[in-house]
Design a protein around this ligand. Sequence first.
Ligand SMILES: *[C@@H]1O[C@H](CO)[C@@H](O)[C@H](O)[C@H]1NC(C)=O
Ligand SMILES: *[C@@H]1O[C@H](CO)[C@@H](O)[C@H](O)[C@H]1NC(C)=O
Ligand SMILES: *[C@@H]1O[C@H](CO)[C@@H](O)[C@H](O)[C@H]1NC(C)=O
Ligand SMILES: *[C@@H]1O[C@H](CO)[C@@H](O)[C@H](O)[C@H]1NC(C)=O
Ligand SMILES: *[C@@H]1O[C@H](CO)[C@@H](O)[C@H](O)[C@H]1NC(C)=O
Length: 425
Amino acid sequence: MSLNYAFGFSLFLLVLVGLNIYFFYTLNTAGKQSPNFMIPSLKLDLTSNVFKDIYNYLNYLPSQYKVKNSKFLPVQKILLGSFNLSENINTASVWSETEKWSSQDSLFPYKNGTAGRILHAIQTSQIALVDNAPKGTQLKLLLLLEGKQKIYFKPKRYNLTHVINGNIYGGYDRHNSEVFAYYLAMVLNFRWIPPSVTRRVHLHKHIIPVATMGLKRTMVKNDSGSMCIYGKCFYCRINETVCPDSSGEIEGAAILFLDGQFKTHKSPWRRSYSSRKMEWEIDDDFCKKVKGSISTKRLLNLIDVSIFDFLIQNGDRHRYEVYKDQIILLDNGKGLGNPKVDVMDILAPLYQCCIISPSTWHNLELVSGGVLTDTIKLLSAVRERVLASEEHFKAVERRLLKVYATVQYCIGKHGRAKVFKNGYV
Ligand SMILES: *[C@@H]1O[C@H](CO)[C@@H](O)[C@H](O)[C@H]1NC(C)=O
Ligand SMILES: *[C@@H]1O[C@H](CO)[C@@H](O)[C@H](O)[C@H]1NC(C)=O
Ligand SMILES: *[C@@H]1O[C@H](CO)[C@@H](O)[C@H](O)[C@H]1NC(C)=O
Ligand SMILES: *[C@@H]1O[C@H](CO)[C@@H](O)[C@H](O)[C@H]1NC(C)=O
Ligand SMILES: *[C@@H]1O[C@H](CO)[C@@H](O)[C@H](O)[C@H]1NC(C)=O
């Protein structure tokens, strides 16, 4: 009898464990996948319960988060005006405007069409000099444009449908992730990001004639006799080159260079980049420790950044730069790796601290029901081809629902007053 009971109880436990795995699995993947239980590792710690709870909130998400919010229309109109194609752009005046820009409100000017003018200048100004970018882990060039403006150029490594499998921080940087991130940030009203736009440069016409000796030394001819670049960086290898496409051009993200010394900080939620678990991965009270070491403003800022990173699935923000007491979104190339996967722990700052800046929440609520990616498409259509595959756009919308669900989970657990206690900042 008691043996039978023990057996029954074990069976019950087994089913419970199975359900846990299933919930964790469904939450971290997307679409209707056959539940064949090919789970890499059993995550039966407390975190998986958090994910299960969030998943429950996702199932009962109020319908307002699934329909378009009409309040966004006037905001969208103003944004479109900022990115509208304007004629007769005087690039010299654009550069002086960006150079002199000083504001507590945004990293660069963007109102009244300035955002569009800056992108236009980055995309079309003549290139005066090209060199390898001085530091970094990934192949990146530094372009000096006419008018002495510097920009970074991160070359395309993958086509838009390429899927990065494995580690969340794996693979080369994705140039389209950099550009996508810029538009995403602007739609979400995160104005602390350098302008970034797709640019195509002709290797023989626009790079080689103005390349420094240093850059020329990091070019090789491939087996078909085509000149290719392998660059100079931590992970640069002579056998991992960037070659021009059939029209002789290299596509890349052209990113406005920030001339300034920024304070760099280690993220409390950084990964170990090994199998070792970090403190935030094992301690459910980790946020308490963080609260003791940084200001509330900085913490809310880190939570904003985690939401942003979650939407594009950038799991590589191990450190962050600060300017005017604001985190700036530099290095956004590790997003858009796999549209089928939503790594939930990128949101750890949000679900562990369970606070959010009311203005961030307001901005998120404004872009429900597909408006977020619709607006990214509208803004980028002015001067981009397609920024990402449709699967990635859908994935961003799916993740936005998970952000809503996470905030609902926090409200359910702690109440609105605590989640939004920091007033409108
Ligand atoms: C964009 O500019 C064109 C003409 O330059 C204008 O007709 C159009 O209304 C503008 N669109 C927005 C959304 O501002
Ligand atoms: C934008 O234009 C409006 C109206 O034309 C003007 O009032 C405002 O000062 C301008 N803003 C900037 C930043 O130039
Ligand atoms: C894109 O890349 C993937 C994987 O590298 C490849 O299978 C696919 O054929 C490529 N598609 C195009 C259009 O080049
Ligand atoms: C390039 O060579 C390195 C060793 O020098 C190797 O680890 C790497 O896999 C190679 N890359 C490719 C794409 O073959
Ligand atoms: C060499 O580069 C050209 C231009 O990008 C490319 O079409 C060709 O496939 C490359 N050949 C080899 C052997 O990698």
